[in-house]
Design a protein around this ligand. Structure first.
Ligand code: 13P
Length: 341
């Protein structure tokens, strides 16, 4: 394990004003996203779409520290034959790879899942390193319902995350540790706080047990938010106050950075909430974004599969990357958002 390299990469992933582009949708997920814009999902359309993002070089250079790829994408070539990984590296961003194989039903626990992908992980990480990946991602999924999550599901997922993280570091790959508490239900913000707290405590206990180097990870959590169907939604200041309190209580200062997922928040809400969190400083870790939907919904819509729309799609992506880069510094405002729109 090269501890210095791990720490250096982890810090670069959360560099000031930069965040992570989560472009690691599985083939099933990207198919759903493409259906929404009337595009057939083929290896070529997936390549064309992702290539246009990576070729938005100004935004990539200024605001994107790393890109999470899916297995297909890390092996793909751009239309002119350049590996997509090269395009990313040329912008100064770091290529990363999703290595879990998905959240599967947890036997005996209706409504709960366990994320799979540990078998053979060591060998897969070696290959991904040779393909250029310097960080990886594993997403554990915790849903909130009447009788869930259970202790058993939290512990099983926390242990899998920690075993994944240890494998990554043995391969000199920085693990993004992503325990996502979903915002699908009608629960209040306080319930999200309590569940997220139980999850983070379990995750850090397991990371410690598995001897994971905290300086060489990036945490990718949900923000503390009410469920999407909750009657009372929260303001950015309320989200920030609860989130900062939670992370100060649960995340050791050795962790270099927290890169939030967007989890179904609208583009601008995800930006406004990150901005409010960054303004609550000084904080002991860097805070930034690792957004999938909140960075890509706008460019996907603008592109809609038409070559003539590539410029508009790149402009839409660049705008969201810039707004989130500002938010990570606590320098975003609605005025800036509107001025650029
Ligand atoms: P969202 O920002 O769309 O939640 O995606 C981030 C991600 O990588 C989920 O695993």
């Amino acid at each position: 394990m090269n501890k210095d390299q791990l720490a250096r990469i982890a810090q670069a992933m959360v560099a000031p004003g930069k965040g992570i582009l989560a472009a690691d949708e599985s083939s099933a997920t990207i198919k759903k996203r493409f259906e929404a814009i009337g595009v057939e999902s083929t290896p070529e359309t997936r390549r064309d779409y992702r290539e246009l993002l990576f070729r938005a070089s100004g935004a990539m250079q200024r605001h994107i520290s790393g890109v999470i790829l899916y297995d297909e994408t890390i092996r793909q070539l751009a239309a002119d034959g350049t590996p997509l990984v090269k395009l990313i590296e040329q912008t100064g961003a770091i290529p990363g790879i999703k290595v879990d194989t998905g959240a599967k039903p947890l036997p005996g626990f209706p409504g709960e899942t366990i994320t799979e992908g540990l078998d053979g992980l060591g060998a897969r990480l070696k290959e991904y390193y040779s393909l250029g990946a310097r960080f990886a991602k594993w997403r554990a999924v915790i849903d909130i319902g009447d009788a869930i999550p259970t202790r058993a599901a939290i512990d099983a997922n926390a242990q899998a995350l920690a075993r994944y993280a240890a494998h990554c570091q043995a391969a000199d790959i920085v693990p993004i540790v992503e325990p996502e508490v979903l915002m699908d239900g009608g629960h209040a913000l306080q319930r999200c706080y309590e569940v997220s707290e139980a999850v983070l405590r379990a995750v850090f206990a397991e990371l410690h047990a598995m001897r994971v180097l905290l300086e060489g990870i990036v945490l990718k959590p949900n923000m503390v938010v009410p469920g999407m169907k909750a009657p009372k939604q929260a303001t950015p200041d309320e989200v920030a106050a609860a989130s900062v309190r939670l992370f100060k209580n649960c995340v050791p200062v050795a962790v270099p950075g927290i890169a939030f997922l967007s989890g179904g928040q609208s583009d601008v809400t995800a930006t406004a909430n990150l901005d409010a969190i960054a303004r609550s400083g000084p904080l002991p870790w860097a805070v930034t974004f690792s957004y999938g939907r909140a960075l890509q919904a706008a460019p996907q819509k603008a592109w809609s599969g038409k070559p003539g729309n590539v410029g508009a799609a790149q402009a839409a992506f660049s705008h969201r990357a810039r707004m989130n880069g500002l938010a990570a510094l606590g320098e975003w405002s609605e005025t800036l958002e509107k001025a650029a729109a």
